[in-house]
Design a protein around this ligand. Structure first.
Ligand code: FE
Length: 206
C-alpha cells in the first residue's frame, strides 16, 4: 500500500516585531493590512496554485527560481516571489535602525560612494520605479549594486544575493504617505533599515 502524504503547505511567518513597532515611519494599520492581507493572500494563492504540480512541497526559494521566466508557471512565480519578497522585506526593517559598519560599510564606500550616497541613491531608485515593484541592494559577483525590479520580480531568482529591499507597491505606503512615495522611501531608508540583517546577508555573499 502506498501512503500518499500531502506536501507541507507554505506558511505566513509572523512579523519579527509588533505591528506598531515601526510607527510613525510605517503605521500599525499599514503593517496590519500589508502583512495580514496582502502577504497572506500571496501565500494562500500560492498554496492553491502549486497543488498537484512539481512545485508542491518544494522550498519557497526553489519554487521562485524554478518558475522564473516560465510562461506556464507565471502565476506561481508571481505569488511565490511575492511570498518570498515580503518575508525578506519584514526582516529588512527594524525599530532599532542603525548604520552599517565594518566590511559592509567599506563595500558601500567602494561600490556606491558611501553610506550617505547610498541612502540618497536607494530612495531615488525606489521613487523612479514606474508602477509596482521593489528596490534592492544586492551583491553580484562580489560587488554591491542598487537594482529596481517590477511587480514580483526578485534578484534572488537570478542567483544574486539580496542584502536589503523596500516594497514600492502602493499598498506599502498609500495609507501613510498617499502619493508621496519619495517621502516613504526617505523615511524608511534613513530610520528603519535593518543593517544587521544586511550584514548577515553580505557575509553570506562573501
Ligand atoms: Fe507589498
Amino acid at each position: 500500500m502506498v501512503l500518499m502524504t500531502k506536501p507541507k503547505p507554505f506558511e505566513l511567518a509572523p512579523l519579527p516585531y509588533d505591528e506598531g513597532a515601526l510607527a510613525p515611519v510605517i503605521s500599525s494599520k499599514t503593517m496590519c493590512l500589508h502583512h495580514g492581507k496582502h502577504h497572506k493572500a500571496y501565500v494562500d494563492q500560492l498554496n492553491k496554485l502549486v497543488e498537484g504540480t512539481e512545485f508542491a512541497g518544494m522550498e519557497l526559494q526553489d519554487v521562485v527560481r524554478g518558475s522564473f521566466k516560465k510562461t506556464k508557471a507565471e502565476a506561481i512565480f508571481n505569488n511565490a516571489a511575492q511570498a518570498w519578497n515580503h518575508t525578506f522585506f519584514w526582516s529588512c526593517l527594524t525599530p532599532r535602525g542603525a548604520k552599517p559598519n565594518g566590511p559592509l560599510l567599506h563595500a558601500l564606500e567602494r561600490d556606491l560612494g558611501g553610506y550617505d550616497e547610498f541612502t540618497e541613491a536607494f530612495a531615488k531608485q525606489g521613487a523612479a520605479q514606474f508602477g509596482s515593484g521593489w528596490v534592492w541592494l544586492v551583491a553580484d559577483h562580489g560587488r554591491l549594486a542598487i537594482e529596481r525590479t517590477h511587480d514580483a520580480v526578485t534578484p534572488m531568482a537570478e542567483g544574486k544575493i539580496c542584502l536589503l529591499a523596500i516594497d514600492v507597491w502602493e499598498h506599502a505606503y498609500y495609507l501613510d504617505y498617499q502619493n508621496r512615495r519619495p517621502d516613504f522611501l526617505k523615511a524608511v531608508t534613513e530610520k528603519v533599515l535593518n543593517w544587521d540583517f544586511a550584514t548577515e546577508n553580505f557575509e553570506r555573499s562573501a
